[in-house]
Design a protein around this ligand. Structure first.
Ligand code: PMP
Length: 455
């Protein structure tokens, strides 16, 4: 395999010339040199099973040959034009992508990232409604540009400079840790949209979450809201699923007050949740605006916003120029990613392997007191670690890091997320196999067991 320079040489460059705001994870930074499908190799030739996919970005597999070859061809034809001229791959992709969307979601914008896509969605919602206030959930992540950092509620990812304003963070309807929906609620069904089913049927969590959502409208300028952003499953927030039917009721409320509903599919799109192409579909809703990035390009930088002709007409007079957006390289890649998803039944695989894996992970929850909750859908899975099942108090970040590093040393890469950084995130390239799932669960089991024996 390709190795590249030594660890020492790279770390020397890092200490002098790379901004310290770039913070590689793992106690000893991992230098990755090569990737193929679900596998990664470091600079010493050691192989890892990749269960984090560069933060849920490599959708169909690292350097998938059916994507690489058309990109190589495109590289010989044309790299760049800008949207001042017509490049056919972008138009071809716009037609193909919108064919995958339900309802009247038929018009595309292209961007280079998820933050740019959400920036644009905020502009669209405000222009269309002529209202200003926007709602998103606590614990959400929608981007890191100054505008979208305001939309993001997750404190770890916000900094002390001016963030987008006019944004309200609604209480997060989290059935496991949520302020109203947590401790009284029985475990939800595995691998389905979570239900909040209290043992005594007295749970009022959903009503409470909806009431305070309503209250936000009453506290907004003119008692109106431009838009409501929600991920179908919170990603960076630690694979948090809302109670079943909650999103549909929230959409109804937002629309009754004239606001637009925006689905952030940056992590949950492109078959990731298994049952559907788009995460919002399993909530039984059709948004007014959908934002995408990450998996759209299997790792190639790209984002998109899809909306209805009605919404886009609100800004038809506006010119939005973004130099690289929709460039022929990115749109050629995205085009082939959609083909692969169809040809290789990626969504179906996500459901099948995800279903299998969650059942295996649930066994860990039953074996270990510190595995509090196992949840997710398709290949978007989370394992929430706690001090014990009774208090559900989060396992501390140092222990989380220790377990994650041990898992890495055993040959598996997983992520960490959640408001209190206590949820392992398993979101691999969707080409993984049942054997990979078995290997991964065995590694996680061993790492947790070793950690507990050391205590
Ligand atoms: N939305 C969601 C749900 C995300 O997870 C992210 C990135 N983690 C973004 C938006 C921002 O995407 P990007 O990093 O491409 O700007």
């Amino acid at each position: 395999p390709y190795r590249g320079p030594t660890y020492e040489k790279i770390m020397k460059i890092r200490s002098k010339h790379v901004s310290p705001t770039v913070k590689p994870t793992f106690n000893k930074p991992l230098i990755l040199s090569e990737g193929k499908m679900q596998w990664l190799w470091d600079n010493e030739g050691k192989r890892y099973l990749d269960l984090f996919a560069g933060i849920v970005t490599v959708s169909v597999g690292h350097c998938h040959s059916k994507v690489v070859e058309p990109l190589k061809q495109q590289l010989d034809y044309l790299w760049h034009t800008t949207q001042l001229y017509v490049n056919y791959p972008m138009y071809e992709y716009a037609e193909k992508l919108t064919a995958k969307m339900p309802g009247n979601l038929k018009v595309c914008f292209f961007t280079n990232s998820g933050s740019e896509a959400n920036d644009l969605a905020m502009v669209l919602a405000r222009e269309y409604t002529k209202a200003f206030d926007i709602i998103s959930f606590r614990n959400c992540f929608h981007g890191s540009s100054p505008y979208t950092a305001g939309l993001t509620a997750h404190g770890s990812w916000k900094n002390a400079y001016a963030n987008g304003f006019g944004i309200h963070h609604a209480m997060n309807p989290d059935p496991y840790q949520g302020i109203w929906g947590g401790s009284n609620c029985r475990d939800s069904l595995v691998q389905t949209d979570r239900t909040c089913s209290c043992a005594d049927d007295q749970c009022q969590a959903e009503d409470k979450y909806l009431e305070q959502l309503q209250e936000i409208f009453d506290n907004s300028i003119g008692k109106r809201v431009a838009g409501f952003f929600a991920e179908a499953i919170q990603g960076v927030g630690g694979v948090v699923q809302y109670p079943k039917n909650f999103l549909a009721k929230a959409y109804e409320m937002v629309r009754s007050r004239g606001g637009l509903c925006i689905a952030d599919e940056v992590q949950t799109g492109f078959g990731r949740t298994g049952t559907h192409m788009w995460g919002f579909e399993s909530h039984g809703v059709i948004p007014d605006i959908v934002t995408m990035a990450k998996g759209i390009g299997n790792g190639f930088p790209m984002g998109a916003v899809v909306t209805t002709p009605e919404v886009v007409n609100a800004i038809a007079d506006v010119s939005l120029l973004n130099t690289f957006a929709g460039n022929p390289m990115a749109t050629t890649v995205a085009n082939k990613v959609l083909d692969v998803i169809e040809e290789e039944k990626t969504q179906e695989r996500s459901l099948e392997i995800g279903n299998y894996m969650i059942k295996e992970l649930v066994k860990l929850r039953d074996e270990f007191e510190i595995v509090g909750d196992v949840r997710g859908k398709g290949l978007m899975l989370g394992v929430e670690m706690v001090e014990n099942k009774e208090t559900r108090r989060p396992l501390n970040p140092q222990s989380m890091g220790e377990i994650r590093d041990a898992i890495k040393d055993l040959g598996v890469i997983i992520g960490i997320g959640g408001l209190r950084s206590n949820t392992f995130r398993i979101k691999p390239p969707m080409c993984i196999t049942k054997e990979d799932a078995n290997f991964a669960v065995a590694v996680v089991r061993k790492a947790i067991g070793d950690f507990l024996r050391k205590q």
